[in-house]
Design a protein around this ligand. Structure first.
Ligand SMILES: O=P(O)(O)OC[C@@H](O)[C@H]1O[C@@H](OP(=O)(O)O)[C@@H](O)[C@@H](O)[C@@H]1O
Ligand SMILES: [Mg+2]
Ligand SMILES: [Zn+2]
Length: 179
């Protein structure tokens, strides 16, 4: 049976985002219902992976141990709700480095798909920025926009055809679990 894989963007989908970047564990604050949504999805048999741009590393705003500590906190909070977080892939590069992993490039989605040995076609990728949706479209995944984070600003842009729109991650989870 095919793995039920869901890929999430991080900032603005799981936790509050900030134009000043999320620079410490203390600044990493879950959005309402997001931890519970991930736990419910994983308990319902979904594998939840994450693909996140983290140019704050290249910009010197925080370092990799701090980023990993944020992710350890995220994993602990989800585990406390009986769920688990799968593979977390991040792009530590700056916009001018020409890497293959920074969204809107689909490199991180490809890494996740290869890790789980599943095709990316039709896999839901949930984000709050246009780059998230474009990354999904580039590999024939399903772009899903949430209105949290930068989502409401993104919603008025020229979205990839077929983009699904939900209020938040909890609404995405309810759709996937109940249908
Ligand atoms: O939403 P994800 O991919 O999880 O992470 C986004 C963050 O890396 C940061 O990405 C930055 O964009 P630039 O990287 O400076 O273009 C800004 O949008 C920040 O507000 C934001 O916190
Ligand atoms: Mg985001
Ligand atoms: Zn990169």
């Amino acid at each position: 049976m095919m793995l039920k894989l869901l890929i999430l963007d991080r900032d603005g989908v799981i936790n509050y985002d900030s134009d000043a970047y999320i620079k410490s564990v203390d600044e990493w604050i879950p959005l309402p219902g997001s931890i519970e949504a991930i736990a419910q999805l994983s308990k319902a048999g979904w594998t939840v992976a994450i693909a996140t741009n983290q140019s704050g590393i290249a910009r010197g705003y925080y370092n990799i141990p701090t980023l990993e500590a944020m992710h350890a906190r995220m994993r602990r909070l989800v585990a406390e709700q009986g769920g688990e977080v799968g593979l977390v892939v991040y792009c530590p590069h700056g916009p001018d480095e020409g890497c293959d992993c920074r969204k809107p490039k689909p490199g991180m989605l490809k890494i996740i798909a290869e890790h789980y040995k599943v095709p990316l076609a039709g896999i839901w990728f949930v984000g709050d920025s246009l780059g998230d949706l474009e990354a999904a479209k580039a590999v024939d995944s399903q772009p899903v926009l949430v209105k949290t984070g930068k989502g409401e600003k993104t919603q008025v842009k020229n979205l990839p055809v077929g983009t699904l729109i939900f209020d938040d991650l909890a609404a995405v989870a309810a759709e996937l679990i109940n249908n």
